[in-house]
Write a protein that binds this ligand. Structure first.
Ligand SMILES: Nc1ncnc2c1ncn2[C@@H]1O[C@H](COP(=O)(O)OP(=O)(O)OP(=O)(O)O)[C@@H](O)[C@H]1O
Ligand SMILES: [Mg+2]
Length: 312
């Protein structure tokens, strides 16, 4: 169990501004400079993000489903995240972006207590899901994962039938008749846009599906327990472009019912699917806001450098 210093029931901290690295401003051009270099401040992906937002049915500001305040975490002596404060809006897609090693997966894994088994992993701060303290060491992991589901980079279906993969979570949580379970399995596979492809082979092994189908099966498995939040860590990075497009369509549809947090290295994907983007750098949340704004008009130099592809 992690040694969270958070006291259950303690009042939440007031909202802290996100940690910000001081920007590195470019020196002024010398007076004799002939051809001024026009700095590209915004990423062309801003237009993609604007178009994606215009296509969505509801872009209103949603209330926070998940509230993170002053979150710090360590692997033994190494501090992986520093003072992260973030509101994750309800039934919206939040993208976590940033260079490799900046702490995106670590952050996501704490939301689902996947770090509990790592020796030396500990944290402090507040992570609250509609009043549920996600960092409370007494929280039962099975209960938590009914409310917060996770989809990983590499599709990881169980070596069981397609049906049993989807029924696995619901069976853990409640007894139901075969007919009711059939209904849950069908609904979950429909939500994951996989039903039509597998309805005639539900008792066949999940391992016989293609990579893209396996990933949609993992999404069906995650939504089968009707969680509030679905965490996705680079869910399409191992897939071909066509399967990636299907997963992106699916994320847009799932947004109607679930709060989604997605880690992605694909900036186009962040622009296309997310409402909110949070940029991490070296264990700190540098900037967060509506996705089009992050790509069009970033406030921080590091965000700008990253979204315009200068590093990462
Ligand atoms: N189990 C672990 N034990 C020790 N250190 C770890 C462990 N997992 C991650 N780290 C370290 O924590 C930091 C953040 O890692 P994390 O995997 O969260 O980064 P990331 O942003 O997801 O990177 P990537 O984009 O490459 O997936 C890195 O310095 C990493 O080496
Ligand atoms: Mg990662």
């Amino acid at each position: 169990m992690p040694s969270s210093k958070h006291q259950p029931g303690a009042p939440h901290h007031p909202q802290h501004p996100v940690s910000v690295h001081p920007g590195h401003e470019a020196p002024p051009s010398p007076p004799h400079a002939v051809a001024p270099v026009v700095e590209q401040r915004s990423s062309p992906l801003g237009h993609i993000a604007e178009r994606a937002a215009a296509a969505r049915t509801d872009n209103s500001m949603a209330k926070a489903a998940l509230t993170v305040r002053d979150f710090n975490c360590w692997y033994s002596a190494f501090q992986a995240l520093h003072g992260v404060s973030l509101d994750v809006p309800h039934n919206r897609v939040t993208a976590l972006i940033g260079p490799s090693g900046c702490g995106k997966s670590t952050f996501l894994r704490w939301m689902n207590r996947m770090n509990d088994m790592i020796p030396g992993a500990r944290c402090e701060g507040v992570m609250d899901l509609h009043g549920l303290d996600l960092l409370d060491p007494r929280l039962d992991a099975v209960d938590l994962r009914r409310r917060v589901g996770m989809v990983f980079q590499k599709p990881n279906p169980f070596p069981k039938s397609i049906y049993d993969n989807v029924a696995f979570g619901p069976r853990l949580h409640r007894r139901m008749s075969r007919a009711d379970m059939d209904g849950v399995v069908e609904l979950s596979l429909r939500r994951a846009a996989l039903w039509d492809e597998v309805k005639d082979r539900l008792n066949k092994s999940a391992l016989g599906l293609s990579g893209g189908q396996q990933q949609r099966l993992c999404i069906a498995r995650a939504v089968a327990v009707d969680p509030e939040v679905v965490l996705m860590d680079e869910p399409a990075s191992a897939l071909d472009p066509r399967s990636t497009a299907r997963i992106e369509d699916l994320i847009r549809e799932l947004r109607e019912k679930y709060t989604i947090i997605i880690v992605t290295h694909n900036m186009q994907q962040a622009a296309r699917v997310s409402d909110i983007t949070a940029f991490f750098f070296e264990g700190r949340l540098i900037e967060t806001g509506p996705t089009a704004g992050i790509f069009m008009n970033p406030r921080q130099k590091q965000t700008e450098d990253y979204v315009t592809g200068r590093f990462g």
